[in-house]
Each structure stands twice: as C-alpha cells, then as structure tokens.
Design a protein around this ligand. Structure first.
Ligand code: NAD
Length: 461
C-alpha cells in the first residue's frame, strides 16, 4: 500500500475514534515500559537515517500542529492536577511553541590548521528517557519533545501519575503530528499507567541512552544511581533581592507577576523577597497595588503554616499551585480571584522562606543593608545554584551578586520568567539543569558531541 494511503487511513481512524464514545486509541501509549522502549528504539533507528530537512519539517509541524490545542491542554492540565492558572498555562505553552529551539540549535564547530580539519558534530543519543513533573507536565513534555526530536532522538516520557491523562493525550497528539509529517510512528512514547516503579524500570533499561530528569531532589537522586548519563533539572528556592537603588515600583510589579505566574509552581519563580529596610515598606505598598494581599495577623500566618506544611515538613499537595483566594479562604479571609499572591513579613528562618512551597505565598524578609541582603539571599538559595533575581541600579552590586550566587539563571531588574525567555532574551526551556550543569537545556544538550578528524586536508586558508 502507498505511504499516503496508509497515512490517510490512520488519520481517519483517529478522527473516527475521537467522534465516538469509546476511548481514543492513544498513539505512542503502551501497556509496558518494555513495549514502549522497543517501539521507540525501532522508530529512532528509522528517524536517524532521515535528513535534517525532515527533522526541520517535524519540528515545524509540531509547532503548528499543537497550536490549536493550547487552550484545551492548559485547561485540562489545571483540571487534572488542580494546580496553576489556565490563562498562565496558555502563555507558557505558547512560549514553548514559539521559543523552543529546533534543528538550528545544533551548531557544528570546525577547527582547521596544518594538520587538517576537525569537526565537532552533534549526533543523537538514541532513545532518551525523560521524566516530567506534575507542576508543568504538558509544557515540559512539549518542550522536551521539540528539543529531543530536533537532535534526532526518540523519547520515552515517564510522566507524573498525577498528570497521566493530559500527558498521555499530549504524547498521542504529538505522535499523530510527527507521523503525518515524516511517516514515523512512536518517536514519542509513554505508558498507560505511570508509576515510580515503571520510572525506575525505565531508568535502568539498556536501550535508554540518556536520562533527562525534571523534578524534585528525590527523583534526581534516584536517576543518579542508574549508572547512565543524566541531565538533572532539580528543585530551587529563588530569592528576589531588592536594594535601595532599585526602581521600587517596577521591582514590585516584576516580583508580583513573577511570583504569582501559574500560582508559583515554576521552579524558577520568586519564592521570597529580601529587601533592605529603607525600601521595604514602600515595596510592600507597591506590591499590594500590583495585586498582592498582605497578611499581618501573626495568628493567621501561623494558621497558614500549619495548614500548608505537613508533619513531615513537605508542602501539602492540597495547596501546591492553588489560587491565592483559595488559600486565603481556608484561613477565613474572603478575597476575589484577582488577588494573585499572598505576602507577609517574615524572618529568614521562617518555613515559608526556607522551603520550596510552590504556592502563591511570598514572604518578605527585611535586612539592614545590601551586604546583609546578599548574605541572606545566598542562605535562602541554599547553594542549589538554581535561580535568583535582583532589583538594583548598582552594577557593581549586581556583578558581585551574580558571582556569589552562581545560579543557572540570574535575572536583573525583571521577573524570574525573563530567564525562561519570557520578556527576556534567549530561547525557552522548562528543564533547567542545575545539578548537572547544562543550565537552560535545548536541542544541543540532547545530542552527543563527536569529534571527526580529516588529516592533511581542508585547511585552505
Ligand atoms: P516530583 O519529584 O515529585 O516528581 C517528578 C517526576 O519524578 C514525576 O514524574 C514522578 O513520578 C517522578 N519520581 C518521583 N520520585 C521518583 C523516584 N523515587 N523514582 C522514580 N521517579 C520518581 O516533582 P513534582 O512535584 O512533580 O514537581 C515539582 C518539583 O520539580 C519541584 O521541586 C520543582 O522545583 C522541580 N522542577 C524543576 C524544574 C527544573 O527545570 N529544574 C522544572 C520543573 C520542576
């Protein structure tokens, strides 16, 4: 049968099953890890023999083909996970499609001299095992898929069980689009019922060549035990430092929109503010003008602590990524949906400061001067080297802070999400690899570097 006929048949089946009440046959979704990896391996072996032009077409098809579904994906994700804001997720997904680099990210390096020519080329790894978080499930999945396929790989997605429905749906849709654009199925796969056990089985599967882990410290530790190469994007606790030279009105706005974006579930989002006392009151006032709600009553703050932090010290899933008005209602304060973030004054050892809460609660720590601010912010960041932001007009101080923080992302005079290419220069990613040092990962990080040498030739200068 001709390729076109087969394609048309599959598309027809897909369309038909979408119309009926029976569950959609999900392409790329398998019952077992073994079946899924096997299918991805087979697909990758075909894909790696295709031209770069084919890969470009695949990436372009993914960008265009996923666009009509952005709203649906955003809302279904919020519905399933109970985390985030639909309107913010739409922006994140848009960003993924617009600014995740494709094949153009794979730059060849060439050296020439009296001994000839050496090329450094970027080749596929094979099948990548990608672990995705519950907090940004579809964003990470789509972003990883674009970068990994651009680099010539297939990918097995080990998704969070709490986001399995939307993740399966996205995997299936991506597969359909890839198939329509290049005739290869199963370059993107997953399993029906994800679990920790299945994730661990995948991590040690002999046909998985690289692990890309986006999640908390536990899964990063687990991945490191696999004996495979790991790109690990772990947890952070980003402080926002504000000194007396800052443009306070702008700093307040940047911090409020950054910390409240998708209800603070981004690992890069401002999780606390450290401000010098000269400007703290004015900063808080300006933050309130930008949609922050200030809680001053100590008893209510304690109630919020007891409610949002579980006995084992971890933030309660009941409140992760919830709206500020929902959290406030639980402590007896009624405000409307427009309140984007809850702010409070706290000291530097307050649990809301030291823990990665992933909810729109933003403590403000007051310090005497810049030196104390930097020391405090460093302590809060806790050498995770993930993300920090700073608001100041003093270049010397910003330079010093950048050197001391050594974070993968350091944003000056902007919202944290400027570091993801949202209102800041550069490409986007939802996998910021700090423990293993790749920083904001793109296609080139998902490729193996190879040295290809020609002796005594092609030095033509
Ligand atoms: P999580 O660590 O609970 O889960 C992440 C993924 O790992 C899920 O797919 C989960 O099923 C899997 N997993 C968890 N423990 C595992 C284990 N022991 N063995 C195998 N697999 C395991 O994280 P989450 O709550 O879904 O996401 C939030 C966390 O992820 C936060 O800490 C956040 O900072 C981090 N994160 C980091 C980045 C980054 O780019 N650095 C991006 C998004 C989220």
């Amino acid at each position: 049968m001709e390729e076109k006929v087969i394609k048309d048949m599959i598309i027809k089946i897909l369309q038909e099953s979408q119309k009926s009440d029976t569950p959609l046959k999900e392409f790329g979704v398998f019952e077992t890890v073994e079946e899924a990896v096997k299918a991805a391996k087979f697909a990758q072996e075909t894909y790696e023999n295709q031209t770069l032009e084919t890969r470009r077409k695949v990436i372009e098809a993914l960008r265009c083909g996923m666009r009509p579904f952005i709203e649906e994906i955003a809302c279904k994700t919020v519905e399933e996970t109970g985390m985030g804001r639909c309107e913010d997720k739409i922006q994140k997904l848009q960003l993924v499609l617009d600014k995740t680099p494709g094949v153009e990210d794979l730059k060849t390096e060439a050296l020439t001299g009296d001994n000839g020519m050496t090329l450094y080329e970027l080749s596929p790894y094979g099948v990548i095992g990608a672990i995705t978080p519950s907090t940004n499930p579809a964003e990470t999945l789509m972003c990883n898929a674009i970068g990994m396929l651009a680099a010539g790989n297939a990918v097995y997605f080990s998704v969070h069980p709490g986001a399995k429905k939307i993740s399966r749906w996205v995997v299936s849709k991506l597969n359909e689009i890839v198939y329509e654009s290049c005739g290869i199925q199963n370059l993107i796969v997953t399993i029906t019922e994800p679990s920790i056990e299945a994730a661990q089985e995948m991590m040690t599967h002999p046909d998985i060549s690289l692990l890309v882990i986006t999640g908390g410290p536990g899964v990063v530790r687990q991945g490191m035990k696999s004996g495979k190469k790991v790109i690990a994007a772990g947890a952070g606790n980003p402080p926002a430092l504000v000194d007396e030279t800052a443009n306070i009105e702008k700093a307040a706005k940047d911090i409020v929109i950054g910390a409240s974006f998708d209800n603070n579930i981004l690992c890069t989002a401002e999780k606390s503010v450290v401000a010098v006392e000269q400007v703290t009151d004015y900063l808080i006032l300006q933050m309130e003008k930008q949609g922050a709600y200030l809680v001053q009553d100590e008893a209510i703050i304690q109630k919020m602590v007891d409610m949002t932090i579980m006995e084992n010290g971890a933030p309660s899933r009941k409140f992760i990524g919830k709206n500020a008005n929902y959290i406030l209602a639980e402590v007896g304060i009624q405000v409307d949906f427009d309140v984007r973030v809850i702010i409070l004054r706290a000291d530097k050892i307050h649990p809301f400061v030291t823990k990665e809460m992933l909810m729109p609660i933003l403590p403000v720590v007051t310090v005497t001067d810049f030196d104390e601010a930097l020391a405090t912010a460093l302590q809060i960041e806790n050498r995770l080297h993930h993300t920090a932001t700073m608001h100041s007009q003093n270049v010397g101080r910003m330079n010093l802070a950048a050197k001391k923080f050594q974070t993968s992302i350091f944003v000056k005079n902007g919202s944290s999400f400027a570091g993801l290419g949202f209102g800041g220069e550069g490409p986007t990613t939802f996998t910021i690899a700090t423990p293993t040092g790749e920083c904001t990962t793109t296609a080139r990080d998902f490729a193996r570097k190879r040295r290809c040498v020609l002796t005594d030739g092609f030095s033509i200068r």
